[in-house]
Design a binder for this molecule. Structure first.
Ligand code: AMP
Length: 588
């Protein structure tokens, strides 16, 4: 149809009607690195014309790889609109939907205030896929253009980027994963070009979703750099409260409160995975949340976490998703006992996790029934993971940090001992063959890259007797097994996290001694006011560092504090840490 020509019935179609028929559904294509396609520029110009015909004030700019002649890519035409004001985003999104663009389904990598719409346009016999980004943040907009222009300018950069794309497409399970895995590279390029995201200046405020001991130790690391701390926690007396300049007393799923925290902060992080995704997304609308809301979404649900890992080709224990008794019975049949049945969302420290065992069919049936009785409601709400219990030789974890420029560094792998699911001891470097630590570190770095997580990510793994590793759990945050880094490394996991999320360079991770051991101080007995006894005796060994989290109440197995010893001999460090911890008890 020719624009503006009368229709057969004589009426003059409006421009909008003509245009509405032209944006097609997003053509799903297999992820591949395709040669540069000159049709992309034609598509970009046509979309620009369409949008200008409705909104002459808007310009559609060709961004991304397809805007760079000579650069292969996944064949998606990336376009961007930079609205003059944030208030205009909703109207622009509405216009795009009217033109035939659609919202992306699946895990969202961007907040609603920075929408990504998808569509297709036919050009020369083929429908080309389009990503249309609406980017209100002037900083982000400038970074998009800088990256494109650096690629246009520098053939060597194009060659390196092309090589990375070929490498990633081999391993990335999805287009989203592929895109996220490139982010570290892009960040590095922007930094080189002097266009990195700005750092948070000293005096700025770090918001923390959660005010437990991890938040407290983050605050302890942030204060010497001059940062202010704002926390959100339902408990006014939570461990981080004493260190916080501002506290919002609210539940972890209170999105309005999370938005208030964001408005008080320059950057926001989280110290526990059971912060609701809604709260993280509410922050994401207003301030950078690091690690990203996407990293939280991937890791707070064991089912999505397992899928994410499998998608990356990283081994996990054989498992099944369980949402019904029938699925549980079938899973037990398929996997054999012993098994672990775990809630997909919200279980931690071994809570809400049951074993399924039984040598005989009758015993096994009884165990299945008991497990189902314990977790049926969780199964129906969020699903369960049924997983083979593996006969590991050791449990190891790696804490890896990624800075805003995409650089990564990992602390030495730790070996951890759990008791009924709760961590009781860690030593680092993990004893045993060095190859295991090296392999564990490589896995952890790959995962952190795929999560596009700025800040600390912890990966817990099972080291099997044959030397292989199975990943058990991911945490996009500082971790109990990294507490010993406070004394054992020049820069602790907490300070590294603060540096990373604030856009500062990472610190030295040089070890301060050959090894370190940490023993957790767990609560004992009934719920009562917490009063620690034995501090003097514990500290008679001058090499003992005691950390008490300031929890007002103690109860059985509650994490109350920890003890660390560094030493030139690992065995010595552990003996002394245990001896000190044995002195520390809670008054009745
Ligand atoms: P999780 O909450 O999944 O980290 O589990 C807590 C602890 O339970 C782990 O650190 C292990 O000690 C143990 N555990 C969990 N899953 C398994 C499994 N599949 N095989 C053996 N031990 C497990």
């Amino acid at each position: 149809m020719i624009l503006g020509q009368p229709d057969r019935d004589g009426s003059r179609p409006t421009l909008a009607l003509v245009i509405e028929r032209r944006i097609l559904a997003y053509p799903q294509r297999p992820l591949a690195v395709r040669p540069p396609d000159p049709r992309a520029a034609v598509v970009a110009a046509r979309v620009d014309a369409m949008i200008r015909s409705r909104r002459p004030d808007l310009e559609v700019v060709h961004i991304g790889s397809s805007a760079v002649p000579d650069l292969p890519g996944k064949g998606v035409v990336d376009l961007g609109i930079h609205p003059a004001s944030r208030a205009d985003v909703a109207a622009i999104e509405q216009l795009l939907l009217e033109l035939g663009f659609a919202r992306m389904r699946g895990p969202a990598a961007f907040p609603n205030s920075r929408p990504l719409l998808i569509g297709g346009l036919e050009e020369d016999g083929e429908t080309l896929p389009i990503h249309l980004h609406v980017i209100p943040d002037p900083g982000e907009w400038a970074r998009q253009l800088t990256f494109r222009d650096e690629l246009r300018r520098d053939p060597d950069l194009r060659a390196r980027y092309t090589a990375l794309k070929h490498q990633l497409v081999e391993v990335a399970p999805s287009s989203l994963q592929y895109s996220l895995s490139k982010t570290a590279f892009i960040r590095g390029v922007l930094e080189e070009a002097g266009a990195a995201e700005p750092s948070v200046p000293s005096g700025g405020t770090i918001g923390i979703l959660g005010g437990g001991q991890l938040g407290r130790m983050l605050a302890l690391a942030a204060r010497p750099l001059g940062y202010r701390i704002a926390i959100l926690d339902p408990d006014p007396n939570c461990p981080a409260a004493a260190l916080a300049d501002e506290q919002i007393v609210a539940a972890y799923d209170d999105t309005a409160a999370a938005a208030r925290l964001a408005s008080l902060s320059d950057v926001v992080t989280y110290e526990l995975e059971h912060v609701s995704l809604g709260a993280a997304r509410a922050v994401d609308e207003l301030r950078p949340i690091r690690p990203s809301a996407f990293a939280l979404a991937m890791t707070q649900d064991r089912i999505s976490e397992r899928r994410f890992l499998e998608g990356l080709g990283i081994p996990v224990a054989p498992w099944r998703e369980v949402r019904s008794l029938a699925a549980l019975v079938a899973g037990v049949e398929a996997l054999g006992t012993p098994l672990r049945l775990k809630v997909a969302i919200g279980g931690y420290d071994g809570r809400r996790q049951v074993r399924i065992t039984g040598a005989t069919t009758a015993e096994r049936n009884a165990s299945v029934q008991a497990a189902w009785a314990a977790l049926a409601s969780a199964a129906l709400a969020d699903g369960l993971v049924l997983e083979r219990e593996v006969a590991f030789r050791d449990e190891v974890s790696v804490v890896v940090v990624t800075d805003l420029g995409g650089r990564q560094a990992a602390f030495p792998a730790a070996r951890n001992v759990h008791d009924e699911g709760i961590l009781i001891e860690s030593v680092a470097p993990a004893p045993g063959p060095r190859t295991i630590g090296t392999a564990a570190t490589a896995i952890a770095k790959r995962i952190a890259t795929a999560l596009d997580a700025v800040g600390v990510v912890t990966v817990e793994m099972f080291a099997m007797p044959d030397g292989s590793l199975l990943v058990n759990e991911l945490a996009p945050r500082v971790h109990n097994s990294g507490h010993l880094t406070i004394e054992a490394c020049r820069t602790s996991q907490f300070e590294q996290h603060v540096r990373a999320i604030c856009g500062l360079p990472l610190g030295s991770m040089a070890p301060t001694a050959a090894g370190a051991a940490m023993v957790n101080l767990l609560g004992t007995g009934r719920d009562r006011p917490a009063r620690l006894l034995g501090l003097e005796q514990a500290m008679r060994d001058p090499g003992v560092s005691v950390h008490v989290y300031g929890k007002r109440r103690v109860f059985e197995r509650r994490k109350m504090g920890h003890v660390t010893v560094v030493s030139e001999r690992l065995g010595d460090a552990m003996d002394r840490a245990r001896a000190a911890a044995a002195h520390l008890t809670w008054a009745d």
